[in-house]
Write a protein that binds this ligand. Structure first.
Ligand code: C2E
Ligand code: CA
Ligand code: CA
Ligand code: CA
Length: 274
């Protein structure tokens, strides 16, 4: 019995060692990829729920890894955040996206900004410089941030959002409903749009969860009071689309309308801003 116990620990150790090696490998790969062209933007349409008209796209980071294939952010973003590499990856992606926007087309493209990234004092100026250098129309660029990024340092967040907005770059609040969602602060920020987190949209239909309906109803009431729009995230079924519309949500994003794809927005179709 003793021996088999030791064997089990040996197996456990080996698994831990392999996991550690895997993470170290990936981090080394990440550093190398930053100097190469392994990072690509995928674009997912954001539509008007009533007629499915595409009003914009969200740019989503993908890593084309030479051996592991296409990696999703969840598979490496934590790693990049710990080592501070994700900011570098983000700037590579933003540069790609701005070039794409500069190529033409209609509708906006939103980019994700992690809270830590937003914290760097010159984020707004740097993004505006990038947009300018690429020759992109700032009115067609949006940022997606979470509540954490706002509440971290309120005066700084306000300054950055105002600077961006003054130049035409609007902000959408990502994953709304999962954070603090405190009514008391929201009206202070120039936020164009709330993105209703997909966990609530998932509970709207099928095995509907009354709490999800209640949360979305509350978000809609809040958005209505503030005079801002909402985007339902992760819309996968017609039933979810129907309930969202019923609750007053005008825009949506999800597999029902289109998966993230590596195509320039203007090549998908000519789109009009809703
Ligand atoms: P997010 O900003 O909430 O992005 C939405 C996520 O939901 C994306 O996952 C998208 O592929 C997925 N999604 C879209 N429609 C559906 C649907 O109908 N059903 C389901 N189940 N999922 C759907 P993805 O691309 O894996 O990205 C995950 C997260 O990684 C993003 O969540 C965002 O927080 C982060 N991320 C993505 N791109 C970037 C980036 O360029 N920079 C930074 N800092 N973070 C990024
Ligand atoms: Ca997002
Ligand atoms: Ca989201
Ligand atoms: Ca999310």
């Amino acid at each position: 019995a003793k021996a088999s116990g030791r064997d089990r620990w040996a197996v456990f150790d080996e698994a831990m060692r392999e996991e550690a090696v895997r993470i170290l490998d990936l981090e080394a790969d990440l550093r190398r990829a930053i100097n190469g062209d392994g990072f690509v933007a995928f674009y997912q349409p954001i539509v008007r729920l009533d007629d499915r008209k595409v009003i914009g796209h969200e740019a989503l980071l993908r890593w084309r890894h030479e051996r592991r294939g296409l990696l999703l952010p969840g598979e490496f973003i934590g790693l990049g955040e710990d080592s501070g590499l994700i900011e570098e990856v983000d700037w590579i992606l933003y540069a790609r996206v701005m070039e794409e926007v500069a190529r033409g087309g209609e509708g906006y493209v939103s980019v994700n900004v992690s809270p830590r990234h937003f914290r760097s004092g010159d984020f707004a100026e740097r993004l505006l410089r990038l947009i300018d250098r690429a020759g992109a129309d700032p009115h067609r660029v949006r940022i997606e941030i979470t509540e954490v990024a706002l509440l971290d340092d309120v005066p700084r967040a306000l300054r950055m959002l105002r600077t961006l907005r003054n130049h035409g770059v609007l902000a959408q609040l990502d994953d709304f409903g999962t954070g603090f969602s405190a009514l008391s602060y929201l009206h202070r920020f120039p936020i164009e749009c709330l993105k209703i987190d997909q966990s609530f949209v998932a509970g709207l239909a099928g095995e509907a969860q009354p709490e999800s309906v209640a949360v979305v109803r509350a978000i809609q009431a809040l958005a209505g009071t503030l005079g801002i729009h909402t985007i339902g995230e992760g819309v996968e079924s017609e039933a979810q689309r129907a309930v969202l519309r019923e609750l007053g949500c005008v825009y949506g994003q999800g597999y029902l309308f289109g998966r993230p794809a590596e195509r320039a927005p203007e090549r998908i179709e000519r789109i009009a801003v809703g």
